[in-house]
Design a protein around this ligand. Sequence first.
Ligand code: BGC
Length: 491
Amino acid sequence: MNTVLPAIVLIFSLCHQAISIENKFPDDFLFGVASSAYQIEGGHDKRGETVLDHYQRLDPSIISDSSDAKIACDSYHKYHEDINLLEYLGVDFYRFSISWPRILPTGYSNKINPDGIRYYNNLIDGLISKNITPMVTIFHYDLPKPLQDLGGWFNPTTADLFEDYSKILFKNFGDRVKFWITLNANTWGYADPMFPPMLNLSGLGEYLCYKTILLAHAKAYHLYKKEFRDEQKGQVGLTIDGRWYHPATTSTNDIEAAERVREFLIGTLANPIFGEGDFPKVVKERVAELSHKENFLKSRLPQLSPEEVDFIKGSYDFLGLNSYTTYLIKDDRSKDNWDSFSESKDLGAKLYQDPEWPGSLSDWLKVVPWGLRGVLKWVKDKYNNPPVFITENGFSDSGELEDEGRIQYYKLHLEALLEAIHEDGVNVKGYAAWSLLDNFEWMVGYSEKFGLFHVDFSDPARPRTPKSSARWYKSFLTRRHLAAAAAKTEL
Ligand code: BGC
């Protein structure tokens, strides 16, 4: 009896220790929430027109509930309240974006709007006064309309204009902003006619955008390194879409197809910067092969010159991943001999989601926490374990205050994140929940809500009310560890 009892105590305390280490985030891990300027600020009369403003004005029905972002959450006027909400949550950082047309109403660097500079100075100072670290996204889909007239992200000149805009931000805010995300990178609207500029140019559109985005990012990165880093001592990264693509079966074809899809949809932006440089081999080969069959004289994939490859390669301090959901991948190259072209043909695969996976209000957003672990492990193995921030992770519903679905979503994804850190050794530095407030969810307007705080959009004062998830996140942030994992998020 005398020997059994201490042994039981020892076993219990070892188990307890194991659980608490596994369920605890590293001491220097940063937690935050994210938003973007266009989706929350409003104050549209105090900035230049964006591409989306323009198309929405011509045809309000492009937004499914015919709404607009003219006032949105009115954060342009209510940023003090937002800062108080952030303080209530107890976050370490706030990821927000700066509106290009609020700083430069025409998009060009020759006319700076002093009110725009003042607004972000106030926001940044307010955050710092509450000990909240600002993490700034330089571009989050709100391209000034005059730049679209030049071709927008199809035109490499946009990369130069982006560099100028970035310089103005580094100069004005870099004394206080230490985390910069150049772009929330995406090719929406250049290959998908559902989003302004409504171009149905898949198979060329994505690739032209990728090239300009890569150049824009690298120009801003090198500018910061050359002119600002020594003094300001900040970090510069890029955020890319971190959906996970999992083979539908264990067949070699499906396993290869899933890897091909990852290289197309993650690697085209990640490999040139974080990997060995240039577009991934499989992407170059496949687009060249199909282009040849389609009678093109050259590949539809634009080339990066050796100088461009060198310039882009390694241009990062961290990788940002927006992670929401997962797709299953089935090899399907049945369209390889068709004349028409598109990125989806290039993928040579069917992408779909398991109807058994729990859903959200957004048809695309199924709850698959193990996908977060999957993409993190892939990025670690592929790109030599770079520092990663989860820059968005969130769940949509219709805005109810008792939002149990959102709490479950966060819990499950944080569990998967812990496994990625402790079991897979992924170098994750921080996590931002999307989003602080219910906001303007692009083409679906205010019909799908992601906020920790409810916003009453029918009230001109746009009052904010904490949801259950805000209380849950607040209490989680006081502990920073999860209760013993309910279920493993094995791949
Ligand atoms: C975008 C956000 C958007 C969210 C949900 C993300 O990829 O960065 O702006 O609200 O997806 O659709």
